[in-house]
Write a protein that binds this ligand. Structure first.
Ligand SMILES: *[C@@H]1O[C@H](CO)[C@@H](O)[C@H](O)[C@H]1NC(C)=O
Ligand SMILES: *[C@@H]1O[C@H](CO)[C@@H](O)[C@H](O)[C@H]1NC(C)=O
Ligand SMILES: *[C@@H]1O[C@H](CO)[C@@H](O)[C@H](O)[C@H]1NC(C)=O
Ligand SMILES: *[C@@H]1O[C@H](CO)[C@@H](O)[C@H](O)[C@H]1NC(C)=O
Ligand SMILES: *[C@@H]1O[C@H](CO)[C@@H](O)[C@H](O)[C@H]1NC(C)=O
Ligand SMILES: *[C@@H]1O[C@H](CO)[C@@H](O)[C@H](O)[C@H]1NC(C)=O
Ligand SMILES: *[C@@H]1O[C@H](CO)[C@@H](O)[C@H](O)[C@H]1NC(C)=O
Ligand SMILES: *[C@@H]1O[C@H](CO)[C@@H](O)[C@H](O)[C@H]1NC(C)=O
Length: 611
């Protein structure tokens, strides 16, 4: 009797549970169709009701994830996550049956086609993520119907056309990620209604016009990133009101000069990067007192005047090559000599003038099949460093830091894979990378006409059919840039995409240029202008990459110089330990600091710290 009633009880409980999880049959049907379209049946075999409590796909960290609201008599799907599962094809119409969704995460897949206008029907949405996909077409204005949105991501896609002004209706929006989405045209003034915005990432787009003034009215902003977005300066003074900013990265502004005056009250800043913005004037003193500032990058600007002594007092490292800091203030004799030589004041080498040099960028010495000896260039380069080969035949200068990934590889990339389209696979298995600027100088060269061979192979970004294949590396190359005049060099490559030009990843590509040496120096400059994706397939995958350099005069290029057997790079080490009295004489084209603590500023590198 006892057993019977117990069984009855269990049966009754099960029935209640079953009744509770009666999910809207239309939603179940739509969901199953999507699962089949996306080949997810193996990962998500819905043999029971999708809203079953404690189902394996229900927890917050499940992926794929389905979660529901069962507070009425029928359950509705409210959360759907299919993240980084390489689902492909177009966004299916079945999705729009799930109109109670509040959180949809389809990020890091390879969805293609448009975002259908029916997206406007999902008006309960609060978190919407289409970031890192292969979506095309216009960004649909119907997104403006999703007025409950708190977070919207569609960065790293292939859209075209402008941002829809209707996005201005999303007045609850706190986060907007539209970086690398290829949107173009003016930034719609309607975005000024987004007063709740705390994060705006808009780098690497094809906008036109000026950096908008109205952003200065979005006073809740904590994190603002607009680099490589084709915008014109200046940085509006209205940005002085953005006092909650903790991370500000503006870069690559054209046309008009900017001043730093707006920084006065931005005391919460921890990261400040104003690279390549035509910032003119002096570096304000108060930056050096700022308690929160950890990283300050004002490289590639037009700063002038005396640098605040405070920076020098607390100890700072900087890359002065390409700036006009008075070389006499350098404490390091070798650094000073090198700088004098690069500034053309002193000959760089006492040896017979050379007629060629070859560098295995980021790797150890290698002799190619054709007998060219490529010098070792395998030193880890710090965030502001200048190294020379021990024979003084060439030097390399690196600037910048992968701000978002300080512990990742900073200056060398490596692969074990074979490289195609070359008989010299080894030459391409390592490469120099840089978050900002990588500059090679040939030194002590006989003047005349030279052939410059630049060897490339994309070894960090995939070319698979996965989301990992959606990255774009874009950078510029200048040859014989005037040392002190950034606009005077010849830009030989702009928005150069190794992978695209080589027809895939891990394929060799040699670009050949002619250049004249008139002052014994050859200057080859690889420069990131804020363009390309930042983080596909991994954090901080952007900026210049070069595998090898071979420069030769006329036709006598093959073979090695008889000078210098020892090829190990040597740190010249430009670091101002306590160079009080440091002066910045006139134009500064790049200058880069990291402040590690209130008392101490020093360069952040991967290598063991040298104090
Ligand atoms: C899904 O589950 C059903 C029933 O358990 C099973 O017959 C089927 O093979 C499963 N499908 C996949 C793709 O795992
Ligand atoms: C779900 O799991 C929790 C924790 O394991 C448990 O306390 C709860 O009773 C479960 N609910 C159902 C309906 O099985
Ligand atoms: C906008 O959302 C409402 C519900 O809030 C809905 O009735 C309407 O159809 C939606 N409009 C579009 C264009 O999707
Ligand atoms: C949406 O924006 C349009 C103008 O772009 C405006 O007319 C409309 O009232 C807005 N709707 C809401 C709900 O804010
Ligand atoms: C900084 O704040 C002070 C005091 O509110 C104000 O007078 C000054 O104009 C502000 N500076 C900037 C650049 O906005
Ligand atoms: C180059 O040398 C001249 C004469 O010695 C000196 O006046 C000038 O300051 C030097 N330039 C630099 C950049 O050191
Ligand atoms: C993305 O779409 C383009 C066509 O628009 C296609 O050529 C490319 O292969 C797609 N990429 C991936 C990773 O699927
Ligand atoms: C190098 O100089 C020669 C002669 O002065 C000139 O004709 C040629 O255009 C120059 N080449 C480059 C790349 O500047």
């Amino acid at each position: 009797m006892g057993v019977l009633s117990f069984s009855f009880f269990v049966f009754w409980v099960l029935e209640i549970v079953a009744a509770q999880v009666a999910t809207d049959p239309n939603e179940v049907e739509a969901l199953n169709k999507m699962i089949d379209k996306w080949n997810l049946r193996i990962k998500l075999n819905l043999t029971i009701d999708p809203c079953t409590p404690n189902a394996t796909w229900a927890p917050e960290n499940a992926n794929p994830r389905i979660a529901c609201d069962c507070s009425s008599t029928v359950c509705h799907i409210t959360h759907l996550k299919m993240y980084a599962l390489d689902i492909s094809g177009e966004i299916p119409q079945e999705l729009f049956v799930l109109n109670k969704l509040i959180d949809l995460n389809l990020g890091q897949n390879v969805l293609s086609g448009n975002i259908p206008p029916e997206i406007g029907q999902l008006s309960n949405m609060q978190y919407l993520n289409f970031g890192i996909n292969n979506l095309t077409g216009l960004v649909p204005p119907q997104l403006g119907n999703l007025t409950k949105l708190l977070s919207l991501r569609f960065g790293s896609n292939n859209f075209n056309g402008p941002l829809p002004p209707k996005l201005g209706n999303l007045t609850s929006l706190q986060e907007l990620y539209i970086e690398s989405s290829r949107v173009s045209g003016p930034i719609p003034p309607e975005l000024s209604y987004l007063k709740s915005l705390q994060k705006l990432w808009a780098s690497d787009n094809l906008f036109t016009g000026k950096l908008p003034d109205f952003i200065g009215t979005l006073t809740d902003l904590k994190d603002l990133r607009i680099q490589g977005a084709m915008l014109e300066g200046p940085i509006p003074s209205s940005y002085g009101a953005l006092t909650k900013l903790e991370d500000l990265r503006i870069g690559d502004l054209s046309k008009e000069d900017s001043s730093l005056d707006f920084l006065e009250n931005l005391t919460s800043l921890s990261i400040l990067s104003l690279r390549n913005c035509r910032v003119a004037g002096q570096l304000p003193d108060y930056l050096s007192y700022s308690a929160n500032l950890k990283i300050l990058d004002v490289s590639f600007n037009l700063l002038s005047g005396n640098s605040p002594l405070n920076f020098a007092k607390v100890g700072l490292s900087m890359n002065v090559v390409g700036t006009s800091i008075n070389a006499n203030f350098l404490q390091d004799e070798k650094a000073s000599a090198m700088l004098h030589c690069l500034l053309g004041n002193k000959s760089c080498s006492t040896e017979v003038p050379a007629t060629s040099f070859s560098i295995k960028c980021g790797g150890t010495e290698q002799v190619s099949a054709s007998g060219i000896k490529f010098d070792d260039d395998s030193e880890t380069l710090g965030a502001a460093s200048l190294y020379t080969s021990s024979n003084s035949q060439w030097a390399v200068s690196n600037t910048g830091s992968f701000i978002s990934n300080p512990n990742g590889p900073q200056s060398i990339a490596h692969t074990d894979s074979q490289i195609m389209e070359t008989l010299e696979s080894e030459l391409y298995k390592t490469a120099r990378i840089s978050p900002s600027s990588l500059r090679y100088y040939g030194l002590g060269l006989k003047n005349g006409n030279y052939k410059v061979e630049l060897h490339f192979a994309e070894i960090q970004i995939d070319d698979s059919q996965s989301w990992r294949g959606l990255g774009r590396r874009l950078f510029d190359v200048y040859i014989q840039l005037h040392l002190l005049l950034v606009c005077k060099g010849e830009r030989v490559l702009r928005d150069f995409n190794i992978q695209e030009e080589a027809g895939g990843s891990k394929r060799a590509l040699v670009k050949t240029f002619e250049a004249n040496v008139t002052n014994t120096i050859m200057d080859i400059h690889f420069f990131w202008a804020g363009r390309g994706t930042c983080c596909i397939p991994s954090q901080s995958t952007y900026g210049p990459l070069v595998s090898a350099i071979h420069v030769s005069k006329g036709s006598d290029g093959v073979g090695t110089s008889k000078r210098g057997k020892k090829r190990v790079g040597r740190l010249v080490g430009i670091a101002f330990g306590s160079a009080a009295g440091l002066m910045i004489i006139s134009s500064i084209f790049y200058l880069w600091w990291i402040k590690e603590s209130l008392e101490h500023m020093r360069v952040h590198t991967d290598s063991p710290r040298k104090r």
